[in-house]
Design a binder for this molecule. Structure first.
Ligand SMILES: [Zn+2]
Length: 709
């Protein structure tokens, strides 16, 4: 009897194990692909404002708009009748709870005052404040909360006596109830702060979740599609590991909502949210192999500093600014949708030379130095038998910053005609040698870069006398004066500035023509790979700014890109391309492997003409994504910049970016999430970024160019 019972219980144990084993094996076998959703969600909430601490005065520039002041180290307080601040809320709208700690500035006053609070111009209510610090708990309804930047207004109680100044309030702290990352692995979600994440789901998959609940919170996950069909998955009370296979009516984008029902102070700590799926059935055709050329070609990279694509004839400009480049474009591959990965010389050139996104090469601020482990185009070509020379018109490229690393000869000359002279001198010494090595020549001409001081020969082009003149000869000073609103050019003066710029472009184009003629004369041109591009564009008040480095709008990131390289077909190419593609393209042309995975793709192997591109501008804390729409997220210091909205959405057909849209579809939400994931995950070289130790001489030159104050 005892034996039979033992046998029975062992049988049960074996069966149970078999069942468990089958369960776990079934999930592992059926859904072998795991995606860590929790890390993506954490990246998507990182830019949300959790707390504004008014004791940290330095950090307040990011939040305070108008109506705030402080005296002699005293506390920051409201001033006047309308005090405003901004905070960022990036998750899809939900009721938002906030705690405001504040007091009346009039010390010892017995009576209370009733200031009003507004959110995005909508009244929230009036609340009592005395001279003792108190914390007010507020709930902003979902309809009033915007995705992106929100403006919180505080209006002191209106005095019955018009002669009395509005009472000032000292705000000490504003805390927002929002999910917050804990360490590397977890995310804490307060009760009631539901959180949405948008995700493309197959019809069958498994969710693998682990969480811990505190203070009697009941967690669940809701999946709903754009038609509102919802599946609710209740998780175990108290949390713990949980796995569930889900079947949906059809595959598509769903809103995954993490819900935590419970009272005040309750919260859930999520330590794992993984999506387990089958491998994708999409078969990507293998790119055709590229056979390396029998002889390594000479390579000429011609970069024009600050030349926006829409000011070249071959990109549809009405003025004949670029006859030589237009001719070059007619004979070669012209990329209509080419982008710089940033909007000023330093990060843009580093992306161009390394094939890495700005967040990965970490060379974004004026004194940043390219990490030692990053490999430049010139270094790689030099290693593969090339002679390398650079003649540039911009000190930002100096080898002291690492960007110009790998050039055996590096010279700086002011104008493109002087750059040509220097380049010809170098080539004259190199080309006549028998069995000479192949050549990599970088020409980086800065003529269109401010100051707009065209060569006298070009000063009468494009009927400039039609426009109202403005003294443009002060260069970077003019730009800073316009930015500080010390000068407000009239529409005619903007046209005048653009015309000076176009004259500079025309001057540059004539230099390009001379370089080409020289290379043809020396029999170098015919077999050479020649690339013409610009590091970034230039703004003329399209979005309220001038010069460059100020935003990620199209006037600043759309650049010309024309390539003479036999495998690339002649004519107009519509696919999206970016600067990070150039390094892998050159390596591919030579049959070389990249030194490590690059962010760009060889233009010889583009399989997705609509792939997602990313752009960074660290000085304005701005990131952009180009997906089905273009989205720009900017989290700037408002003391420096008050007019830029934090979230801009544009249709791709709106190339002038004049008609901002809202985030409308689930697809738009996915694009924003991709932007935030790109922005908030660590770069390729971790913490290797560093400041360059530059010479006094270089510092002075950078000051003269307006890069350092
Ligand atoms: Zn530049």
């Amino acid at each position: 009897m005892i034996r039979r019972r033992m046998l029975f219980s062992s049988l049960v144990a074996v069966c149970l194990m078999a069942v468990l084993f089958r369960c776990s094996r079934q999930t592992t076998d059926t859904f072998p692909v795991t995606r860590d959703i929790l890390q993506e969600i954490k990246a998507a909430v990182q830019d949300e404002t959790s707390e504004i601490d008014f004791h940290k005065k330095g950090a307040l520039r990011k939040y305070l708009l108008t109506g705030w002041t402080h005296v002699n180290g005293g506390p920051v307080h409201t001033q006047g009748e309308d005090s405003r601040l901004v905070f960022y809320h990036l998750n899809e709208s939900r009721n938002l709870r906030a705690a405001v700690t504040w007091r009346d500035m009039a010390e010892g006053s017995a009576d209370k005052t009733f200031p009003a609070i507004e959110l995005n111009g909508k009244p929230v209510g009036s609340f009592p404040v005395g001279s003792v610090s108190t914390t007010l708990d507020l709930t902003f309804p979902a309809q009033a909360v915007k995705q992106g930047q929100n403006v919180l207004g505080i209006r002191p109680e209106v005095s019955k006596s018009p002669a009395t100044a509005p009472r000032s309030l000292i705000v000490e702290r504003i805390a927002f109830e929002r999910p917050s990352p804990i360490g590397k692995q977890s995310l804490a979600q307060p009760a009631a702060a539901a959180m949405s994440y948008f995700i493309e789901l197959p019809d069958r998959f498994a969710l693998d979740i682990d969480c811990q609940c505190f203070k009697d919170v009941r967690p669940s996950v809701e999946l709903s599609d754009e038609k509102g069909r919802t599946v609710t998955i209740d998780l175990p009370r108290g949390g713990g590991p949980f796995q569930k296979t889900v079947r949906l009516k059809r595959e598509g984008i769903n809103r995954l909502r993490l819900v935590a029902k419970g009272g005040m102070g309750g919260y859930v700590v999520w330590s794992r949210i993984a999506l387990k799926t089958r491998p994708s059935k999409v078969v990507i055709p293998l790119p055709r192999p590229v056979s390396p050329p029998p002889k390594k070609p000479d390579i000429v990279l011609y970069v024009i500093d600050a030349l926006r694509a829409d000011h070249l004839g071959c990109y549809g400009y009405g003025r004949q600014t670029t006859p030589s480049i237009d001719r070059f474009a007619r004979e070669n591959a012209l990329y209509r949708n080419a982008y710089s990965n940033s909007a000023w010389t330093k990060p843009a050139s580093a992306s161009l030379f390394t094939g890495l996104f700005p967040k990965n090469h970490m060379t974004q601020r004026i004194k940043d130095c390219l990490p030692e482990s990053a490999v430049t185009m010139a270094e790689e070509l030099g290693k593969n038998g090339y002679r390398t020379a650079a003649v540039v018109g911009n000190e930002v490229l100096d080898p002291q910053f690492g960007i110009g690393r790998g050039f055996e000869a590096f010279q700086v000359r002011a104008t493109s005609s002087k750059i040509n002279q220097e380049a010809f001198r170098f080539l004259d010494s190199l080309l006549p040698r028998k069995d000479r090595k192949p050549l990599f020549l970088l020409i980086w001409a800065a003529d269109p870069h401010a100051p707009y001081t065209p060569d006298p020969e070009f000063r009468n082009l494009f009927d400039i006398r039609r426009y109202e003149p403005i003294d443009a000869l002060k260069g970077s000073e003019l730009i800073s004066r316009i930015r500080n609103e010390k000068i407000r050019p009239t529409p005619g003066q903007w046209e005048y500035l653009k015309t000076l710029y176009d004259q500079e472009v025309a001057f540059n184009d004539s230099s390009f023509g001379r370089l080409r003629a020289y290379l043809e004369d020396k029999d170098v041109y015919r077999d050479a790979v020649v690339i013409v591009t610009a590091d970034h564009g230039e703004a003329f008040n399209e979005h309220g700014d001038v010069g460059h480095g100020c935003s990620l709008h199209n006037e600043l990131i759309r650049v010309p890109l024309i390539i003479k390289a036999p495998p690339l077909s002649k004519g107009s190419h519509e696919e999206r391309v970016q600067h990070t593609d150039l390094f892998p393209t050159l390596l591919d042309l030579l049959g070389l492997e990249p030194p490590y995975p690059l962010d760009g793709t060889s233009l010889l192997r583009l399989t997705d003409p609509k792939r997602i591109l990313f752009f960074d501008l660290s000085n304005y804390n701005s990131t952009a994504v180009l997906d089905e729409k273009k989205i720009i997220f900017t989290n700037a210091n408002h003391a420096a910049l008050t007019t830029v909205p934090s979230l801009e959405v544009y249709a791709l057909t709106d190339t002038a970016e004049e008609r901002p849209l809202e985030l409308e579809s689930f697809r738009d939400q996915i694009s924003l999430q991709k932007l935030l994931f790109y922005r908030n995950t660590p770069g390729q070289f971790g913490s290797q970024g560093r400041e360059a130790k530059i010479t006094k001489e270089l510092e002075e030159k950078l000051k003269a160019l307006g890069y350092i104050n």
